[in-house]
Design a protein around this ligand. Sequence first.
Ligand SMILES: Nc1nc2c(c(=O)[nH]1)N[C@H]1C(S)=C(S)[C@@H](COP(=O)(O)OP(=O)(O)OC[C@H]3O[C@@H](n4cnc5c(=O)[nH]c(N)nc54)[C@H](O)[C@@H]3O)O[C@H]1N2
Ligand SMILES: Nc1nc2c(c(=O)[nH]1)N[C@H]1C(S)=C(S)[C@@H](COP(=O)(O)OP(=O)(O)OC[C@H]3O[C@@H](n4cnc5c(=O)[nH]c(N)nc54)[C@H](O)[C@@H]3O)O[C@H]1N2
Ligand code: SF4
Ligand SMILES: [Mo]
Length: 700
Amino acid sequence: MNAPIAQRTIRSVCPHDCPSVCALDVDILADGSVGRVRGAKDDPYTAGVICEKVARYAERIHHPERLTHPMRRIGPKGAGQWQTISWDEALDEIAARFLEVEKTHGAEAVWPYFYAGTMGHVQRDGIERLRAVRGYSHQYDTICVGLAWPGYIAGTGLLGGVNPEQMAEADCVVIWGTNAVHTQVNVMTHAMKARKTRGAKVVVIDIYRNATMEQADMGLVLRPGTDGALAAATMHVLLRDGLADRAYMEKFTDFSAEFEAHLATRTPEWASAITGLSVSEIEAFAHLVGETKRTFFRLGYGFSRQRNGATAVHAALSIPAMTGAWQYRGGGAFHSNSGTWGLDKSRLEGTHLQKGTPRLLDMSEIGPILTGDAKALQGGGPVHAMIVQNTNPATVAPEQQLVRQGLMREDLFLVVHEQFMTETAELADIVLPATMFLEHNDYYTRGGHTRVLYGPAVVEAPGEARSNHDVINAIALRLGSDDPSFHASDRDVVADTFARSNYPPLEEVEKTGFIDRERPDDAARFAKGFGWPDGRYRFAPNWSDVAERKGYRWVCDPADMPRFADHWAINEAADAVHPFKLATSPARAFLNSSFNQTPGSIRREGEPSVFIHPEDAARLGIEDGDHVTLGNMRGSVDLTARIHDGLQTGVLIAEGLHRNKAHRGGQGINMLTSATPSPPFGGAPFHDAAVWIRKANYEK
Ligand SMILES: Nc1nc2c(c(=O)[nH]1)N[C@H]1C(S)=C(S)[C@@H](COP(=O)(O)OP(=O)(O)OC[C@H]3O[C@@H](n4cnc5c(=O)[nH]c(N)nc54)[C@H](O)[C@@H]3O)O[C@H]1N2
Ligand SMILES: Nc1nc2c(c(=O)[nH]1)N[C@H]1C(S)=C(S)[C@@H](COP(=O)(O)OP(=O)(O)OC[C@H]3O[C@@H](n4cnc5c(=O)[nH]c(N)nc54)[C@H](O)[C@@H]3O)O[C@H]1N2
Ligand code: SF4
Ligand SMILES: [Mo]
């Protein structure tokens, strides 16, 4: 069948929570609907490539299950009995209930809750204005980057790195703890270009032979949570074999005799016992990166989602500071450029409206918080009302048992603003229909690159769907807050934010769809010094400086942190009852829980499954396709076993996130993950759970 003829093609931006933030060319058909979606060819990072799930976007935006009208719950919580109501009724009820909770329990009993379902700043962060003007409880954003960013900043002092397009100019690309083929396909475009044009070696470091490792020249499959040991031993070999750039370290780092003495004990044999890698694998990796000056380290998020993830990220980042790879074009490191935008979001987020200094509640602890955990509540009273935008905690948040129990509380008034009837929306008192990116205006920062992109409203929203921006404004106005910011349009807020940030005017930006925030190459590679006052990279981090700079909150005793780049053995230990370590790695066709209702994605991912090593499977009498149950002290979940020889024994990998309901028994994978904040500053260790596995009592 031929694709329908496009009436016009517009430039837009993928809004999903993915570091690639692709520039898109979207066909708009004669009837105003969305046709083909392609990656923009003239965007140097997107380079015409996008993932399959967004290429099929028509399936998501025109999905028959899109929410189109506000609804009120009429049966018991979660029973699925709804009554369609008007926006006026919905907003009046929300305002009345919020005011009642404020009056009875204080403003901190209301907790607006959001994440990055859209990465557009106006639609994502505008909820902060409502929070500020009412003095509601604050949200500590830990669920995604809470471990990775501190680890990176601890070394460099700034969350920024070498332009990732330069991966194409590397002689070696190390893809560390990110399954880029699934999670940010554009990394592969540039890494593979280096291999094709320069014969570069591509190294992938992960805990299973994933789709990215399938494409690598060297794949290192280590035990979960042991990257710090690999990094420390790599540095041991670099020093031992004369591959460290001592002149660079002298000038640009805090390298010391104490650090050298520390690394002297971090032998490959020591690391081999911890990582499960062989001594020769560790030495080969160290020699490759030591001898290849133009080595680009692309550090992902995956290996940070371990209890020791922050120190692991720092340890891995320390390798290029020892080889001096930062000095060479095509070499250096990159994790995120989110520290480089220079945006003034004070109006967008309503800093000027802030009332008092309300408590800061950790979003990853939503389960404990809603079930009355005094520590998680920061000494304050229970949460009695929430508005949720851009996130689906009933599926994505750890300790799902508690999350569901909390969201089901009769004395919690829950408003969920959504595009679909997610498993969070199902538990709401009021559900509000939300627009999608092609139906509202916003700008997007590309953490995985250097650009800020603009995406305009180009199609009509279905039914009565409204944007986050409009809903936040309408609620604030109903609550009696008449600040001009609540009267502005989304486009006005984009324009105002650009103006405050000394960006070009929106009218200019609209012509191309982007602003390039690429920093001069020498700044990006810290050629004039790293981001700390003495300009030196820190092999011995000062975590208190990181906390102070970024406003992080300590969750452990600072004295417990390792002094130098190192392996930190604090992860959830396997034991006789829980002999396996489970990681919940990303599925290709879902994006967290987004796309888990689109037919193409569901087809591709099949039933929720778990990879198990053939020896473990044989020992437990588990065959490929068997139904198994995994469990620990937090709960249990049913999956289908898949035998996979690309992981170490004692390790299980469940790619997700499927809907909870897609699992037999209706419990999702986050039944097993922990909400206890990971040191130093919080963050959910999604890939760090000790579990048992057994054959389920189901027929095949
Ligand atoms: N298709 C798809 N794309 C996505 C997402 C998705 O769910 N699906 N999620 C989006 C979001 S919100 C984010 S933040 C990014 C995240 O994207 P990534 O940076 O890729 O991070 P993760 O998805 O957490 O995991 C990546 C890899 O880390 C591995 N890993 C886990 N533990 C360890 C460890 O201890 N050591 C090492 N070396 N590797 C480990 C996992 O097995 C997995 O292969 O992707 C975004 N893009
Ligand atoms: N087990 C396990 N759990 C994980 C992870 C893992 O690796 N393993 N990864 C974690 C990570 S990295 C992250 S970032 C979190 C992310 O978790 P979430 O933030 O919950 O991400 P999504 O599941 O993509 O859900 C986003 C929701 O926002 C909605 N949405 C999108 N755009 C809009 C909009 O404009 N307005 C409104 N109102 N709604 C919108 C979508 O329909 C979708 O339901 O999940 C975490 N959970
Ligand atoms: S790769 Fe990421 S940014 Fe690009 S289209 Fe897919 S989800 Fe969107
Ligand atoms: Mo994330």
